[in-house]
Design a protein around this ligand. Sequence first.
Ligand SMILES: [Zn+2]
Length: 331
Amino acid sequence: MEVISKKQKAQAWLAQQQSKLQCPLCGKPFLVTETSLRCANGHTYDIAKKGYVNFCPQSKSSFYEKDLFTARGQVLQQGFYQPLLDKMVSLLTANLAAATCTHAAFCHTATATAGLSAATPTKTAPQTNSLSAATPTKTAPQTDCLSAAAPLPIVLDAGCGQGYYTAHLAQKLSSSYAFLGIDLAKEGILQAAFYPSCAQFALADLARLPLAPGSVAAILNILSPANFAEFARVLLQPGGLFIKVIPGPSYLQEIRALLGQNAYDNQETLAHSRAHIKRLQEEHLFYTLPIAPAQAAAFWQMTPLSGKKVLPQTAALTQITIDLHLLVGSL
Ligand SMILES: [Zn+2]
């Protein structure tokens, strides 16, 4: 099998999706070269050796950001958010099947994953996921990512962080969708680029997405700020799917308790989101899991709640509550 580099894979992905991309500065279409994207006005964005596109060359990584994403990566890789990942798979397959199913491969995927349920929390600490970005790898990307004859519909993970959901969803659904993860945090995208996945990643501002109007079949916005006007611009109309995940009142309540904080009040974010989402359906994920001391430290460090404070009593953090509110609809 021919081994291709991450940069070559990115170049092929971008060339195939070229008609759906546009310059975030001037809105002109791109010419995709081996090393960059270039618009008619000469704005040029490099494809990094690791395969991501840098639409924000001025962005810098900070030590604080690196620690935060490293801790978050540890928590994610240990499966604490697997139920949310499973839920996203079932929501995507159920909601996009009717809108975009055009070939047998997707129908097969949809059938195979229809039984996945995120609603059943486990009482034991979750297992480490097989697809690991925590350890930098020289593994070549999957070559079958590029086998599709025509450009696949894009699923955008807006505010993808270190790409956990983007990469894992791409692993399950890459025969039907092209996954694009975008974040403004450079450290997140640097870590995302380590995944040996079919997903494409880009460092970009959610307020200026490098995407043409109506170019995206679905937008995922998971525990990340939204820009509804920009999301509505790039989402396919009609038929585009939008999924937003926000914390519920009990989310990480054990950490809040250690910090002396009250339950999280999500009413303002909920009301704001509900006002923007059409044909709205809402779902709730709630589970509590035991955590070991090392996991407690990672949980503590991954959340901006704790700031730069040190975990005061590691032993006191022996379980963690995940409380998430999912809003599903269109824009
Ligand atoms: Zn331009």
